[in-house]
Design a protein around this ligand. Structure first.
Ligand code: AMP
Ligand code: MG
Length: 326
């Protein structure tokens, strides 16, 4: 009996150690991030390094990034990784009818978002800048990209989702049991917690962002990514100007939506679609979902009503909502 107990003790201690996640916070991509990892001794360092690496690869404001260099020079030979991501962005722009557009940067700058020097551009300025927006202004020759004069890239609408996806792949390779990556409002789950319990991911209440308006509960790996007008905005003369712009008009997307949360296997897809569906509005976004099979969505309107596509509805708890069916 004694031998049996002795044998059990180390096993029990190992199980306890595996059950306690390692937690870490870091600042990257202009965002406070927190990571929680169960198992995999080197994993927290590997994830921190990966997030920092991707930040300095994709940022439009970091002078050492490939995107910054391309924007300044108008032409650049990109790494395989950035070229592949940019090609994916062009495909997603086409798929969303330009509602997600990686060439939006001149408009984003006109409102002063990258520098916090906020201003409201007038209609004339916007219509001149709109001439530079659209993926037709971006020309690939292999990995070399040339931009038409005045056109500039902003991968801010996919960067965190891409980073989450890259980290999830890294964690799988490192063999960790489970991880929860919170990159600002973007969440990536990896695997299933040692105790087998559900992940519980709150959807921020747009009117009270520190509170959850509902909770998504599920097991396994998933990207859960939210775009919301409440996440970044400024006010001028009592009018609120937020950071999600309609590439067709150059003004902030205003269609009654306060936030869009996308659930998908791919973080890159989820991030691009969270932005695109916010621009589309509830009706067009619902039709877009009906024609797709690779994501689910939760919409919160400015009036505080919640709508969930069937696959999201299955996981949504702690709130009343209307189901969007096929
Ligand atoms: P997200 O929070 O993922 O919706 O991304 C918003 C960020 O993407 C903004 O801060 C801008 O830098 C950029 N952005 C704004 N509107 C668009 C758009 N329609 N398509 C692509 N990027 C956008
Ligand atoms: Mg996005």
């Amino acid at each position: 009996m004694k031998c049996f107990l002795l044998l059990l003790m180390p096993l029990f201690l190992t199980a306890c150690a595996a059950a306690a996640p390692v937690e870490r916070s870091l600042f990257a991509m202009d965002t406070l991030m927190s990571i929680r990892i169960w198992g995999g001794e080197d994993a927290p360092d590997a994830v921190s390094d990966e997030l920092t690496r991707l930040d300095s690869l994709l940022s439009a404001t970091d002078a050492s990034s490939e995107i910054y260099h391309l924007n300044q020079a108008g032409q650049a030979a990109l790494s395989d990784e950035v070229a592949a991501l940019l090609k994916k962005c062009c495909a997603l722009s086409e798929r969303t009818n330009g509602c997600f557009d990686p060439t939006i940067y001149p408009l984003v700058c006109a409102y002063g978002f990258p520098t916090d020097a906020y201003r409201v551009p007038q209609a004339e300025e916007l219509s001149a800048l709109l001439e530079t927006v659209g993926t037709a202004h971006l020309h690939f020759t292999g990995n070399t990209v040339a931009l038409d004069s005045g056109s500039q890239l902003d991968l801010g609408a996919v960067g965190k989702g891409y980073a989450a996806e890259a980290c999830a792949e890294l964690l799988d390779e490192l063999g960790v049991q489970a991880a929860l990556l919170q990159l600002g409002g973007n969440v990536q789950t990896v695997g299933t917690k040692p105790d087998g319990s559900d992940w519980a991911i709150g959807i921020a209440d747009p009117n009270e962002p520190t509170q959850a308006i509902g909770v998504l509960r599920f097991t396994g790996s998933l990207a859960v990514i939210t775009s919301g007008a409440y996440q970044r905005f400024f006010e001028e003369d009592g009018v609120r100007y937020h950071h999600i712009l309609d590439p067709r008009t150059g003004v902030c997307a205003e269609n009654g939506l306060a936030s869009v949360t996308i659930l998908a296997e791919s973080g890159t897809l989820a991030d691009a679609l969270s932005t695109a569906l916010f621009v589309m509005g509830l009706e067009e976004a619902s039709e877009f979902w009906r024609a797709s099979d690779d994501f689910e969505a939760v919409f919160v309107t400015e009036a505080g009503a919640v709508f969930a596509t069937t696959g999201a509805a299955d996981r949504l708890t702690d709130c009343d909502f209307t189901v969007i069916a096929r």
